[in-house]
Design a protein around this ligand. Sequence first.
Ligand code: LLP
Length: 434
Amino acid sequence: MHHFHYTGPDLHCESVDLAAVAKLYGTPTYVYSAGTMADNFHRLQRGFDGVDLQICYAVKANSNLAVLRHFANLGAGFDLVSGGEIRRVLAAGGDVKSSVFAGVGKTEDEIRLALENEIFALHVESEPELARINHVAGQLGVRAPIAIRINPDVDALTHAKITTGRSDNKFGIPLRHAAAAYEAAAKLKNIRIKGVQMHIGSQLTEAGPYQEAVERIAPLAMQLKATHGITYFSIGGGLGIVYQDALASGQSAWWEALPADRRPLTPETYGAVLAPLLAPLGLKVMLEHGRFMVGNAGVLLTRVEHLKRGAGRNFLIVDAAMNDLVRPAMYDSYHEIVPLHRDSSRRALTADIVGPVCESGDCFAQGRQIQEVGEGELIALMSAGAYGYVMASRYNTRGLPAEVLVQGSMFELVNARETFDQITAREKVPAFLK
Ligand code: LLP
């Protein structure tokens, strides 16, 4: 479910006409629905009804301050991976005390910042990192709260670049070394053992791998509860979203019409499979979803520059590019693309939908069917709320795009388009070239 739908012929986000947003703020522009984010948060919560639950929104998916404030208002903690993200949560008025700090290479400065702000826990990825955290905590005269990330060696059945729970991935400590790692942690003076953690990958579309990983780690969690008094089990994030049927998925129970093998993994199914496995452990359950919370809550608006009719191939050249949304170029990912104004009298067009950047990888879709659109008309790339703006770059000296947040009939620019002066502000020509 999401809040992007046609009212008459025009695509709206909640009650806001997206063409009006594009007219005011130009393109390319990301537009987010606050209502969709809230729905996603509440659906996830309801999926684990009866379980002591803490949702830590994975900031990396979309770190705009307005988005963070919205999740803070909903009661979320945050899953953080850098000093910058810690500072973002503070700037947005979020609660670091109910947030966790993950990542395989935390620096001493970052660990210090997390501890000074009384982080709920640091998620430890290796023995040397544990020693570093112990050292920094000692300097500050505190005991660092930690959970160790366990790598359960499970195939998450997702894209190779975003699978993280296999033994050949760089993440976590192998299950067979876990008990010894906790014993070692217990001997460190400045460490306080608080929980256990796993995260097996992103864009998971089946519950099976989660179930397998939880079943592998649950006996260890029970043992750690008895020996070290752990209080929580974080099962990470990774819940996948719908990319193929993005527009249709705005309707409630829309998936019932799909064949079984194309049905998405809903938060209801995810909760129904995992809650019964987790509840008997008597531990707080932590979830660290990013994509699920924001992915279907955002679109990228872009304007058509030209329709170039080639030899046997059409190119729809738009003003957004791989620097604005890199996922198709980086992971060959699919984003549904729809016109902002639907017109049934138009013919269908099959085209490659491409940006203006000077490489062939700057392509959002190949051979895609779309209603014929011409210069100046607007289209939307759906399911772009997660790993969109946050992965944008200035390649080709293109400024970062604008971001707008919608709630009901209200909308506001929450990040202005970057100007040329802002792009070059920190650059200078050295004296020896003058
Ligand atoms: N927890 C940990 C420890 C993580 O590494 C991640 C994501 C998450 C939680 C949140 O995962 P999510 O719920 O969003 O799937 N740029 C890629 C996705 C990278 C995910 C990295 N880790 C993409 O655009 O598909």
